[in-house]
Design a protein around this ligand. Structure first.
Ligand SMILES: Nc1ncnc2c1ncn2[C@@H]1O[C@H](COP(=O)(O)OP(=O)(O)OP(=O)(O)O)[C@@H](O)[C@H]1O
Ligand SMILES: [Mg+2]
Length: 296
């Protein structure tokens, strides 16, 4: 019986032969300081919009040990990321297909912090990401909330970091705390963050939140903040969550769906790094340095 590594090598070789595709997938991380601000809903609806515009998309549930996307979709995955990290499966085996063509990888329990994995486990992960990189255009990582090393690892490998907050003071403070920790971890590098303010009363409120955060980041952190839109507080989103459907599918004409479409267009419009291979390169760097992100 072939071992997983051999199977993976064969698949990568076959892919390389059968496709002229040389560019890498774009890695988009959706993150937040505070929990419950709407990351998973943003990730899911963006995935559907990206799919609709012809991109091959996969969502990686980066909130290891907790179920996010699968609950929103009411789908039970058979395998999860721990099967890859512990060498039992390869990445193409653990992709779950939900309704509306949404493909996702469930975050596995028992993995713990990514930065505490053994060298072989990180290698398994990196090699498998390499394959994923060859078969999709966009990898959306729905990170857990907060400032754990795992979240920081995912943010470091992302081409685009989308920070979600609500106008609540606690959410804004936690968003700032995340930016501070992230900018300390990747000192010296320019950081670009795209902000999405969720659950606003109107656009003006979203803009005020953006200005508030930008004022502090401009003053104290090496971060370029960009506002890519706000999403209204909309009961249609709650209704669609209860029905385990994406709001953009269930209520496509609702205000929140229109706003989500605008945000998705903004992300797809970002030029310059579509062919980036920062994600994988970064991950391999992290493998090599195993993992200087843990240094405090
Ligand atoms: N724009 C919105 N309008 C109304 N309700 C919303 C909106 N966005 C989010 N919610 C509510 O917030 C809940 C949490 O959303 P979601 O699960 O996407 O957050 P999360 O950031 O992924 O949470 P966690 O940190 O626990 O993973 C939703 O189930 C919904 O009830
Ligand atoms: Mg979530």
């Amino acid at each position: 019986m072939k071992d997983q590594a051999q199977k993976l090598r064969e698949l990568i070789n076959r892919r390389n032969r059968s496709t002229k595709r040389t560019c890498s997938a774009k890695v988009v991380a959706i993150t937040s300081g505070k929990g419950g601000v709407g990351k998973t809903n943003v990730a899911l609806n963006l995935a559907i919009e990206f799919n609709a515009s012809g991109k091959k998309v996969i969502i990686l549930d980066g909130d290891l040990g907790l179920a996010n996307i699968e609950v929103l979709l009411g789908t039970m995955p058979k395998y999860n990321l721990s099967d890859v990290i512990f060498g039992r499966k390869i990445i193409t085996d653990i992709i779950t297909e939900g309704p509306n063509d949404v493909k996702f990888i469930s975050g596995g329990s028992g993995i713990g912090e990514l930065t505490r994995l053994t060298e072989i486990q990180i290698k398994n992960f990196a090699q498998n990401l390499n394959l994923l990189d060859k078969i999709v255009d966009i990898i959306i990582i729905d990170t857990g909330a907060g400032i754990s090393d795992t979240v920081m690892t995912f943010l470091s490998i992302a081409d685009e970091v989308i920070l979600v907050t609500t106008p609540e003071p606690t959410a804004i403070t936690d968003a700032y705390a995340l930016l501070k920790v992230f900018s300390d971890k990747v000192k010296g590098n320019d950081i670009n963050i795209k902000l999405v303010v969720n659950r606003v009363r109107d656009e003006r409120e979203g803009h005020r939140v953006y200005e508030k955060i930008k004022k502090v980041t401009d003053k104290f952190l090496n971060i370029n903040m960009e506002n890519i839109g706000s999403l209204p507080d909309d009961e249609n989103l709650e209704k669609s969550v209860r029905r385990q459907q994406a709001v953009i599918v269930r209520y496509p004409k609702s205000d929140v769906s229109k706003a989500l479409k605008n945000v998705s267009e903004k992300i797809l419009d970002i030029k310059g790094d579509v062919n980036s291979n920062k994600g994988l390169k970064m991950f391999i760097e992290i493998v090599k340095n195993k993992v200087n992100l843990t240094k405090k």
